[in-house]
Design a protein around this ligand. Structure first.
Ligand SMILES: [Fe+2]
Length: 326
């Protein structure tokens, strides 16, 4: 359940109204890397983690809740930056806040072209945030990625936090208001923190690579194709010891076309670079299938179910994946 506290998590303040920056800041309200996207992403991901991985569930829900607090702060900041606009817009017969701000037709056109990325925002919002990005595009459910595999979802979240961090970094360059900068720095910092929390949670799941259950076919995992001419750059992504145990290496395929012809379209490819056998891969697939499937089945149960256990002591045991590792 949610319980609303009227105070903001961080004391967001603005020094003076700034409708242009309010428009830009909308990106973190209803944009693709904004706070609502983050909140909804972790919220949606949390459901399937609830029973089998209570510790990860806790992390996801706590972070979703913090993101809602950030959404609230961004909305409050936008409203303060538009301060007075709502009242002035209702003043339909007298000169409005906007016309005073812009002083004349030429200045008005200037400000619309140069500053207000989405001028419609000012006439549609009535002085508060709209559920759009700074271009006026409505918030979309497809910003949210969740597929029920924690190793995949956590990686998605690490990427989401990275993007949100960079958006705040860019936004900081478009305001001189010290109070707004303070808030933006706080929000940017929390993205860094969440990045680290999701990274730690991912490391707590072992094994966590490759994502999901099935291992890669060892005939193909270590091949790096030279897909451009005349020469490809070499680096740790296609040369020498790859991200594997000692003795395993990248196999650099200089002539991919010739290679495909010689191997009957890779069907006759032998295992190179990798030390894994097909039997080991099969066994790993089977073992991991069984353990992940039983983790979830054991936790979820069947028949009559209840989501919460009121009054009972909450489970404090670590997630199964952590136990397996130890
Ligand atoms: Fe975040």
């Amino acid at each position: 359940m949610f319980y609303h506290v009227k105070e903001l998590q961080f004391n967001a303040r603005v020094s003076a109204p700034d409708p242009k920056f309010a428009t830009l800041l909308l990106d973190q309200f209803g944009g693709p890397n904004g706070e609502l996207k983050a909140a909804m992403q972790y919220f949606v991901q949390a459901f399937v983690a609830r029973k089998p991985y209570p510790a990860k569930y806790d992390l996801l829900m706590d972070t979703a809740t913090e993101e809602l607090s950030h959404l609230e702060m961004v909305g409050a900041t936008i409203t303060m930056l538009l301060d007075g606009l709502g009242g002035e817009m209702k003043n339909a017969v007298e000169p409005t806040y906007l016309s005073k701000l812009m002083e004349g037709k030429a200045a008005k056109e200037d400000i619309i072209q140069e500053g207000l990325v989405s001028p419609g925002f000012l006439v549609e919002s009535g002085g508060g945030p709209t559920m759009t990005d700074s271009n006026g595009y409505p918030w979309q459910g497809y910003y949210v990625t969740a597929n029920g595999d924690l190793t995949v979802d956590l990686r998605s979240n690490i990427a989401a936090e990275s993007r949100a961090k960079i958006v705040y970094e860019y936004l900081l360059q478009f305001t001189d208001d010290p109070d707004v900068k303070n808030t933006l720095r706080f929000l940017m910092t929390r993205e860094i923190t969440h990045f680290q929390q999701f990274t730690a949670a991912l490391a707590d799941i072992q094994p966590n690579f490759p994502p999901g259950i099935r291992q890669g076919d060892p005939r193909y995992t270590h091949l790096a194709f030279n897909n451009s001419g005349p020469e490809s750059q070499r680096g740790p992504w296609n040369q020498g010891q790859g991200p594997w145990q000692k003795g395993e290496e990248w196999v650099y395929v200089e002539e991919p076309l010739q290679y495909s012809e010689e191997t009957n379209g890779l069907l006759d490819q032998k295992i190179e670079g990798s030390k894994k056998t097909q039997e080991e891969v099969k066994k790993a697939n089977k073992d991991l299938s069984e353990s992940r499937s039983s983790e979830i089945k054991a936790a979820v149960g069947s028949g009559a179910m209840q989501w919460s256990s009121y009054g009972e002591k909450s489970q404090k045991s670590p997630d199964k994946t952590t136990d397996d590792k130890k």
